[in-house]
Design a protein around this ligand. Structure first.
Ligand SMILES: [Zn+2]
Length: 152
């Protein structure tokens, strides 16, 4: 198990192929007497080194886990793109709109008025929260003193 390579040159066609798959990927030449043997050899090879745990029999190279998480906020700031901060207020606004929608159904008038009032209040609460509270935090006015700046 000293050979660290996952790929080998096929003895028949000479092309690169996975070493622990029993047939050559290019010409179908039988590299191993059986698939079970190839699999057992692969498992022994993989167990020999903890770096090989991510490898698959079908890989030609040992894959390396790459941290490809992206901080989109930082990236957007770098590129000068304004991103709106995350907000839960639209959910409240939708809830209010839902109740207002129920109020539009021609039920007897008493429950419709109650629905319209409750829905309208929730809707306005959501709009106020989004526009008056968060928007102000998003675009702090110039008169805001030091320490009130919001980092996002
Ligand atoms: Zn071949």
């Amino acid at each position: 198990m000293a050979n660290p390579s996952l790929a080998a040159d096929c003895p028949r066609c000479g092309l690169r192929t996975a070493r622990f798959v029993d047939h050559c990927r290019n010409c179908g030449y039988k590299l191993w007497p059986s698939g079970e043997m190839a699999s057992a050899a692969f498992q022994a090879w993989r167990a020999a080194d903890p770096d090989r745990t991510l490898a698959s029999r079908f890989d030609l190279q040992i894959p390396h886990s790459v941290d490809n998480t992206v901080d989109f906020a930082a990236r957007a700031h770098e590129l000068g793109i304004h991103l709106f901060p995350n907000s839960n207020w639209p959910i409240i606004i939708c809830l209010g709109a839902l109740l207002l929608g129920f109020a539009a159904i021609p039920f007897p008038s008493a429950p419709r008025i109650a629905l319209a009032v409750i829905g309208g209040l929730i809707f306005l609460y959501g709009v106020a929260g989004w526009v008056l509270v968060e928007d102000v935090r998003m675009y702090p006015s110039d008169s805001a003193g030091p320490g009130t700046e919001v980092h996002h």
